[in-house]
Ligand binder design. Structure first.
Ligand code: FES
Ligand code: MG
Length: 598
C-alpha cells in the first residue's frame, strides 16, 4: 500500500469505520452482514482494500448515459485488478431532452442525492459516470462537496449522424430541420427522419453541445484520464478507458489524491480557455462556476470575461464548425487542444490531474493532431471566440458570443455608421416559451428584420430550472425572406447545440425583479459590443415608474422539489446553485462523518 504524501502512516480508509471498527463489534457486524447477502465475503470487506463507488447515471430513462450500465463492467474489472472492491449505485437520472420542465432543475437534485450517498455510505473513492449535459456538473459538484478521491468516466458521444450524405449533428439538426419545415421545404415524415438520423448509436450528443463541452472540460480540469472525453461511446477504446479509469481510482485512493488537489483555481482558469478553443456551450460558465463554488474556489463570470474572449476557436465541430465527435476524437480530442493551448502559453501546466502528474507532463507526448479538425493556435477557425459578459440597465450580467455576429447582421442593426459596434433594434417581448410559440407567427406583432426577440420568466426561479429557450427562431414569413436569425435576449439559457446570436443567462432574472421584467414590446434596445453594454433606451424615471407598477409573477409549483428549488436557488451568473449548499465545503474534513444509527 502506498502512503499519503503528507504522512509516513498508511492512510486508513474511511470504509473501515463501517466494516472494521474494533471498538464497536456490534455495529461492524451489522454493517457487514447485509453487504455480504449477495455474495461478497467478510474477508473481502475486512481486507482493508478500498471500497470504490461507481456512480451510475445510466438507465432506460437516461439514454445518453445508458451504455454506462455495460461500461461499468469494465470499470469493475479495473477496480478489481488494482485491488479494490467496486460497489455500483444509481444517481438520480437526468435526461436533457426528456425531463420536464427541464433537466437543469434536476442538476441540483442529483447533486444533493450524490452528496448524501458519498457522505453516508462506506465509499473511499468514486468513479463518476458522466455524459448527458447536466450529469457531468452534478457529479463534479458532489465530488467537490464531499472531497473524496473521484475520477470522471465520460460515456462518449454517439457515432456521427448522416442525412442524405451530409453530417447530421445532435440538436443542431433540429434547428435546421425546424427552419426547413417552417419554410415548407420538408414534410412531417422527412422532418422526423432527418432529426432521428443524428442519433445513430449509444452515446451522448455528438455535436460540441453541452454534453461534449462539459465532458471535455472535465478532462481539461484534470478530472478524467487524458483522452477520455471524446472517444465515441461504441468504440473499443471506450471500454478500455473504462478499465483504465477503474484501475486508476484505486491508485488515487491510496495516494489520497482528492478533487481539492485537482480542481484548483488554475485548473478552472485552464477550463475557461479550453471552453473558448473548443467552441463550448453557453451552459459551460454556469456549470463551471457551480462546480468551483462547491469546491470553495474563487471563480466567477469575471474570470470568463478576463480569460475567454480573446481565445481563438481551434476545434471545427458543430455548431460552430463542421465536424462531429468521431472526427474530433480521431483528430486528437481534448489532449491535442490542450497541447496547442499550452504551447501558446495560455494554460497553467503545473496543475495536477487524476494521473497524479502535472498537466504539462500529461501532455508531453501528445501527437500532432489532424489539422483539418483541430487548428493551430496561430491559424484558428475564428479569432476571439469566447463568451463576452454583457451588462447594462436591463441586467447585471449576461453572456454573448460576439463571434457569431456576421456582416449581414451588422448591416441590419447598425444605427450609426460612425459607430460600427453599436446596434439598435425594437424589442418584441415574450413571457415564456408558451407565449412565444402562441404569438410569434401573429402579423400584429410586427416582427421584422430589425426586431430583437426577448424572452423572460425563463430563469432558474421563473421557469423553474432555467429553460433552453433563448434561441428563438423568427416567424416563418421572415425565414422565407432569408432572415433566419434575429438577435435574442433572455433570462433563460440556450441549447449548447445552437449557434444563434443571443444574449442569454440574463441575471438577475425577471421573476425575481430584474429589470428585464420592466421591458415592453416596442422599446428600443441598444447593444454596444465595444462597451459590452445592453440598454433599453428609456429614461430612468420611466424605468422607476414601471418598477413601481411591477408585480412579481405568481409561481406555480408542480412538485415539492420545484418549490424547494425555487426557494433556495441562485442566479445563472453565480452557477444557479442551491445557495445554502455552497456553505458546505469539503464536508468530511470540515464537518466529519455522520453518526451511527443503532
Ligand atoms: Fe443527452 Fe444531448 S440530450 S447529451
Ligand atoms: Mg440542452
Amino acid at each position: 500500500m502506498r502512503h499519503r504524501p503528507d504522512s509516513d502512516q498508511p492512510h486508513r480508509l474511511r470504509s473501515r469505520r463501517w466494516f472494521d471498527d474494533p471498538s464497536n463489534p456490534g455495529m461492524t457486524a451489522l454493517y457487514l452482514e447485509r453487504y455480504m447477502n449477495y455474495g461478497i465475503t467478510r474477508e473481502e470487506l475486512q481486507s482493508g482494500k478500498p471500497i470504490v463507488g461507481i456512480a451510475q447515471t445510466g438507465s432506460d430513462l437516461a439514454p445518453c448515459n445508458r451504455h454506462h450500465l455495460e461500461l461499468a463492467g469494465r470499470v469493475r474489472d479495473g477496480i478489481r485488478d488494482a485491488g479494490g472492491i467496486p460497489l455500483e449505485f444509481p444517481v438520480h437520472p437526468i435526461q436533457e431532452t426528456g425531463k420536464r420542465p427541464t433537466a437543469a432543475l434536476d442538476r441540483n437534485l442529483a447533486y444533493l442525492g450524490l452528496v448524501e450517498i458519498l457522505h453516508g455510505y462506506p465509499i473511499d473513492g468514486v468513479v463518476l459516470t458522466t455524459g448527458c449535459d447536466k450529469t457531468t456538473p452534478a457529479c463534479l459538484m458532489a465530488a467537490a462537496t464531499v472531497n473524496i478521491p473521484a475520477i470522471v468516466l465520460s460515456g462518449g458521444p454517439m457515432l456521427d449522424g448522416w442525412w442524405h450524405g451530409k453530417l447530421a449533428g445532435s440538436g443542431t439538426v433540429i434547428w435546421h430541420a425546424r427552419k426547413r419545415l417552417a419554410a415548407g421545404e420538408i414534410d412531417y415524415e422527412e422532418f422526423m427522419n432527418m432529426v432521428a438520423s443524428s442519433a445513430p448509436s449509444a452515446g451522448h450528443c455528438n455535436t460540441m453541445g453541452t454534453a461534449l463541452s462539459m465532458n471535455s472540460l472535465a478532462e481539461a480540469l484534470g478530472m478524467s484520464l487524458p483522452g477520455c472525453a471524446a472517444i465515441p461511446a461504441p468504440y473499443r477504446e471506450r471500454g478500455q478507458m473504462a478499465y483504465a479509469t477503474g484501475k486508476r481510482i484505486v491508485g488515487m485512493i491510496h495516494e489520497n489524491l482528492r478533487p481539492s488537489d485537482i480542481m484548483t483555481q488554475g485548473a478552472f482558469e485552464n477550463a475557461v480557455v479550453a471552453a473558448a478553443a473548443l467552441g463550448g456551450s453557453s451552459n459551460c460558465p454556469i456549470h463551471m462556476i457551480a462546480i468551483a463554488r462547491h469546491m470553495g474556489v474563487e471563480h466567477t463570470l469575471d474570470d470568463w470575461q478576463r480569460l475567454g474572449p480573446d481565445v481563438p476557436l481551434l476545434v471545427d465541430c458543430q455548431p460552430a464548425g463542421r465536424f462531429l465527435g468521431e472526427a474530433f476524437h480521431r483528430a486528437g480530442g481534448v489532449p491535442a487542444v490542450m497541447k496547442e493551448l499550452l504551447d501558446a502559453g495560455k494554460l497553467d501546466g503545473s496543475v495536477r490531474t487524476v494521473t497524479g502528474r502535472t498537466l504539462a507532463e500529461d501532455l508531453a507526448n501528445v501527437a500532432e493532431p489532424d489539422r483539418e479538425v483541430i487548428r493551430r493556435y496561430a491559424e484558428p477557425l475564428k479569432e476571439a471566440a469566447g463568451y463576452v459578459v454583457m451588462s447594462g440597465n436591463l441586467f447585471d450580467s449576461a453572456v454573448m458570443k460576439i463571434s457569431v455576429i456576421d456582416s449581414a447582421f451588422r448591416k441590419r442593426f447598425l444605427s450609426d455608421p460612425e459607430h460600427p459596434d453599436v446596434f439598435e433594434g425594437r424589442a418584441v417581448v415574450f413571457e415564456g416559451p408558451e407565449d412565444y410559440h402562441e404569438r410569434i407567427e401573429d402579423p400584429e406583432l410586427g416582427v421584422d428584420a430589425q426586431s430583437v426577440l426577448v424572452i423572460r420568466n425563463s430563469g432558474p426561479v421563473g421557469y423553474p430550472g432555467g429553460a433552453e429557450v433563448v434561441n428563438m427562431q423568427p416567424p416563418a414569413a421572415l425565414i422565407k425572406e432569408g432572415i433566419d436569425t434575429l438577435p435574442t435576449i433572455g433570462d433563460g439559457r440556450q441549447s449548447g447545440t445552437s449557434a444563434s446570436p443571443s444574449i442569454l443567462n440574463v441575471s438577475p432574472e425577471a421573476a425575481v425583479g430584474g429589470n428585464l421584467a420592466l421591458l415592453k414590446t416596442g422599446d428600443k434596445i441598444r447593444i454596444d459590443l465595444q462597451a459590452r453594454k445592453v440598454d433599453v433606451m428609456i429614461s430612468a424615471d420611466e424605468l422607476a415608474a414601471r418598477r413601481a407598477a411591477w408585480k412579481a409573477p405568481l409561481l406555480q409549483h408542480k412538485t415539492p422539489w420545484e418549490e424547494i428549488y425555487r426557494s433556495m436557488v441562485g442566479q445563472h451568473a453565480t452557477g444557479a446553485c442551491l445557495e445554502h449548499a455552497t456553505l458546505y465545503l469539503n464536508v468530511i474534513e470540515t464537518r466529519g462523518e455522520s453518526r451511527h444509527n443503532h
